[in-house]
Design a protein around this ligand. Structure first.
Ligand code: F6P
Length: 318
């Protein structure tokens, strides 16, 4: 079979590991693998590149995506998607693997509805894709945040300051909650719930009263901006509050071992599904097993944030 691969939306560390695994597993099954540049846009304005075993050498340990990516909003138009279907037919593709987050998987679902044999792989640092416990890139992003906060902690402690750290997550608090639990944050502000500043103030006063020399508040970008939160906190507590926006440092760098391993497992299952003639599915990690779920279900909603982790983080930081 001629199998095309594309990466779409925000890049996620581990996408390259997944591309490598798709190519090497596919070649082992005698398929021809093709890379589509710049996500869905490449289906209209690009051409497929053959991917050989050597094409994917030395990418296992790199972040970003060798295929490049784009946020191609025109793909929401049916006429544009039909052109993409025509391209895939002209190129003689028998299958397509799409790696990306919610928007990209929605695009994959629409292509499958238009008759393209598509398999989706969840890849987004937000880890907010329904039906799957995990999406590629999340572990690396959490570790990137933890590494930054561990550095900030030294200076925060020396100056007895409060730090408000803004992390990614426009619609989702998953990154903020995981990083907050891993870093001992006093408060985690996320888009999924309202922020009660009285409670945060009380918590900060409590920790300072017991002699704590620094405090962290993690805010997901979709819930507000760090500067405004820092001003509110400083005004209420009388303590100096600094703010940091970690930005795209969270999304780059070598993928962790977990992301590389998950990428290999997701890719291998995607290949198995295509071999079985299945389509319109997303590979889903569920309780340490790789299963397949309808793309339709995966894009029907968002996975809820683990609110019990948020509560635990707040108890542990007291
Ligand atoms: O979806 C992944 C993500 O990193 C979000 O957490 C963030 O809101 C968004 O992408 C940022 O996108 P961009 O790099 O296009 O600004």
């Amino acid at each position: 079979m001629n199998l095309a691969i594309l990466t779409s939306g925000g890049d996620a560390p581990g996408m390259n590991a997944a591309i490598r695994a798709l190519v090497r597993s596919g070649l082992a099954k005698n398929h021809s693998l093709w890379g589509i540049p710049r996500g869905f846009e490449g289906l209209l304005r690009g051409s497929p590149t053959p991917l050989l075993a050597a094409s994917v050498a030395n990418i296992l340990m790199t972040g970003g995506t060798m295929l490049r990516t784009s946020r191609f909003v025109e793909f929401q138009q049916e006429a544009v998607r039909l052109q993409a279907v025509q391209s895939l037919n002209q190129w003689g593709m028998n299958g397509l693997v799409v790696l990306g987050g919610n928007g990209s998987l929605a695009g994959a679902y629409e292509l499958s509805q238009a008759g393209v044999p598509v398999i989706g792989i969840p890849a987004s640092i937000d880890n907010d894709i329904a039906e799957t416990d995990y999406s590629i890139g999340f572990d690396t992003a959490v570790n990137n945040i933890v590494a930054s906060i561990d550095k900030i902690r030294d200076t925060a402690s020396a100056h007895e300051r409060i730090f408000v750290v803004q992390v990614m997550g426009n619609h989702s608090g998953n990154l903020a909650i995981a990083a907050g639990l891993a870093c001992g944050a006093e408060a985690i502000i996320i888009p999924e719930c309202l922020t009660d500043y009285d409670i945060i103030e009380e918590r900060l006063r409590h920790t300072y009263a017991r002699g704590k020399r620094h405090s962290f508040i993690i805010v997901a970008e979709g819930a507000g901006d760090a500067q405004t939160v820092a001003q509110e906190i400083a005004g209420r507590t009388g303590h100096e509050a600094k703010w940091v926006v970690l930005g795209h440092t969270q999304r780059g760098g070598p993928p962790t071992a977990r992301d590389r391993i998950m990428a290999a497992l997701f890719a291998n299952t995607a290949l198995q599904l295509l071999d079985q003639g299945q389509q319109g599915l997303m590979v889903a990690a569920q309780a340490e097993t790789m299963n397949a779920v309808p793309l339709k279900d995966a894009v029907a909603g968002h996975k809820t944030a683990p609110m019990h982790w948020k509560s635990l983080a707040e108890i542990l930081a007291r």
